[in-house]
Write a protein that binds this ligand. Structure first.
Ligand SMILES: Cc1cc2nc3c(=O)[nH]c(=O)nc-3n(C[C@H](O)[C@H](O)[C@H](O)COP(=O)(O)OP(=O)(O)OC[C@H]3O[C@@H](n4cnc5c(N)ncnc54)[C@H](O)[C@@H]3O)c2cc1C
Length: 350
């Protein structure tokens, strides 16, 4: 063993564990090992860890619900377990909450609903941690985290300094933020601050929410009703990672120009779209994959989910490399058929 490695192990015995299997820490359920595994529960612990592992490759992990490991990880996996929900501002209309990045996202949603604070109900049951919520500006059923985001604190890995990022600094886009682009792998998000509403305006027009509420005979829904409806819809549609390994939508819905869309309509009459702006539309990636015959395709222990063409799955002990390869084949095929290049939503870790 490298002398530095044994030094790390002795000094940070409790914080740094060696050669750990990450299977319980990624929703794809891939059996991969990390050279070191280091959970941390405070900014102070994170700082000490970072100062000791300077020359190691780093991976920041939350709930592991948006990552795909290609191989074993030859570095330090830092698992964010910073907890705490702090009420930092309140008036007649709003509530401002500062939340530890290691809080479980859905537990935060349930907490706010119990309190009657609106804003997160459409984002119920998204797996993962609070710290990852701004990473890809999580979204579902017509709401994105940017709609309630106030600011976040993040530790710069290079300097060990804590920075505050406000809305404009994060460059939120569709499943995008500055932390996935220019600042990739440079910051560890330690807390996120959200502004919620005491007089919420419900957003029930998207997806099947209205239908679900109708089937429950609810005409004047509360935030709890909306959350319950979203949970029911998600449970009926998406595979539960506890049963089948997956990371939700594997690809983003591509945004294409209206001109390209109109050209495609000549050949594919039924191609669906959602407006983005006057010149662009979003095409459901699931439809493209389904129409191309990939839905339900199984290759031994991995494949494309039977009900959800957008979800790639690990049925049993698959290799990350194989799933990446499958995603490449799908990308190539869709490009050939439709001239559209699909982009992965899931973060590939190599
Ligand atoms: C069944 C299922 C359904 C899903 N549905 C949705 C959905 O509806 N909408 C949606 O947007 N997403 C969805 N997802 C994707 C996923 O839940 C979200 O992207 C979630 O925010 C990931 O959180 P995490 O803590 O698991 O992140 P991880 O998978 O642990 O990490 C994701 C990325 O963020 C980085 N990261 C994580 N925490 C931090 C931090 N504190 N600081 C810096 N970087 C960090 C990691 O390095 C990695 O690059 C779904 C996933 C599954 C499995």
């Amino acid at each position: 063993m490298h002398p530095k490695s044994s030094y790390i192990r002795i000094k940070f015995d409790k914080m740094l564990q060696e050669n750990v299997n990450l299977k319980p820490f990624n929703t794809f359920g891939l059996s991969v090992r990390t050279k070191y595994y280091a959970p941390f529960t405070s900014v102070k612990d994170l700082k000490s860890l970072l100062s000791e592992v300077k020359n190691e490759k780093l991976l920041i992990l939350g709930g592991g619900s948006n990552v795909l490991f290609q191989n074993n990880f030859h570095g330090v996996t830092l698992r964010n377990e910073i907890k705490g929900i702090e009420l930092i501002e309140e008036n007649d209309r709003n509530i401002v909450l500062k939340v530890g990045a290691g809080e479980v996202w859905h537990e935060l949603v349930l907490h706010t609903i119990k309190k009657g604070w609106g804003g997160l109900e459409n984002l119920s049951l998204i797996p993962g941690s609070v710290g990852a919520s701004p990473m890809q500006n999580i979204g579902a059923y017509g709401v994105e985290i940017k709609d309630v985001f106030e600011s976040l604190e993040a530790l710069e890995i290079k300097t060990g300094k804590l920075h505050t990022f406000f809305h404009k600094d994060c460059q939120f886009g569709y499943r995008e933020s500055v932390f996935k682009k220019d600042l990739k792998n440079q910051f560890v998000i330690t807390s996120v601050t959200y502004k919620l509403s005491k007089k919420p305006q419900l957003n029930t027009s998207y997806g099947a929410i209205e239908e679900e509420l109708k089937s429950r005979n609810i005409t004047q829904p509360t935030i709890k009703d909306v959350s319950d409806a979203v949970i029911a819809i998600r449970q009926s549609k998406l595979p539960d990672p506890k049963e089948i390994g997956n990371a939700g939508s594997f690809f983003k819905n591509p945004v294409i120009s209206l001109i390209q869309y109109q050209e495609l309509q000549k050949k594919h009459e039924n191609i669906p779209s959602y407006p983005v702006d006057k010149l662009h539309v979003k095409v459901p990636a699931g439809w493209l994959i389904d129409q191309s015959g990939w839905k339900g395709k199984t290759f031994g222990n991995f494949g494309v989910h039977k009900k959800q063409a957008l979800v790639l799955v690990n049925y049993d002990d698959a290799k990350g490399k194989d799933i990446v390869q499958l995603s490449e084949q799908i990308i190539e095929d869709i490009k050939k058929r439709y001239g559209i290049t699909l982009e992965r939503e899931v973060n590939i870790i190599s």
